[in-house]
Design a protein around this ligand. Structure first.
Ligand code: GSH
Length: 210
């Protein structure tokens, strides 16, 4: 049995991506909370694992690995016989396209802007910056609509089985669906709405959120 430790904040979308894979694989792992609001991720101990101070980082049989794309593809190969990645080259490319869209175009406007302003700022007694939220709607809508065009599977994004592409998008939707902007950005994405209605109640999704 390989020893797996996941370091990260339980609220982090990227940490949830990794944990969804491990939970769906029924893999045993230890989770060590590294706070991102209290500076745990900037401690010398954590920076020794991840020089950029982001979460997640994993330790797999003594090897340290960071960056979620690398982590998920490695874990898929090591603990899930690659069942969470398409074997067909074009669908594999589609999966990596979805990773890149999330990383490069969706995460910042969706999470760092809309979700932070709508959920985090008010929870700390502040008021949302409406201009910032409004400016983030178009890039989020564009990204979500781009992913909609890549969906080839049913009921999951790339097939009949859940995969890493789903693990990437589910954590973003968990937060985005709690904001009033969700209906606007998913107005033209009926397939993603149907997908979300199905995946949001998966036991593994409930587990990583709890
Ligand atoms: N490129 C990184 C991004 C990870 C990332 O942005 N994580 C966020 C939380 S979802 C984080 O660590 N934020 C803390 C910070 O930026 O200080 C990956 O793929 O793992």
């Amino acid at each position: 049995m390989k020893k797996i430790t996941v370091y990260g904040a339980s609220i982090s979308t990227y940490v949830r991506t990794v944990r969804l894979l491990l939970e769906e694989a029924n893999a045993e792992y230890e989770f060590k909370e590294v706070g991102i609001f209290n500076g745990d991720n900037e401690s010398p101990e954590y920076l020794a694992k991840h020089p950029f101070g982001k979460v997640p980082t994993i330790e797999f049989d003594g090897e340290i690995l960071y960056e979620t794309t690398a982590i998920t593809e490695y874990l898929d190969a090591m603990v899930a016989s690659s069942k969470f990645s398409p074997s067909e080259p074009l669908q594999l490319a589609r999966m990596r396209q979805i990773f890149s869209i999330v990383d490069s175009y969706l995460y910042t406007p969706a999470i760092s802007k809309i979700v932070v302003q709508r959920l985090i700022v008010p929870s700390q007694g502040g008021t949302a910056d409406e201009e910032l939220v409004n400016n983030a709607i178009a890039p989020v809508k564009k990204s979500v609509e781009a992913i909609e065009t890549l969906i080839v599977g049913n009921p999951y994004l790339l097939g009949s089985e859940i995969g890493i592409a789903d693990f990437y998008l589910i954590p973003i939707f968990i937060y985005l669906s709690l904001t009033p902007e969700f209906d606007v950005v998913t107005l033209q994405t009926p397939k993603l709405r149907t997908w979300w209605d199905r995946v949001k109640d998966l036991p593994t999704v409930k587990k990583v959120v709890s």
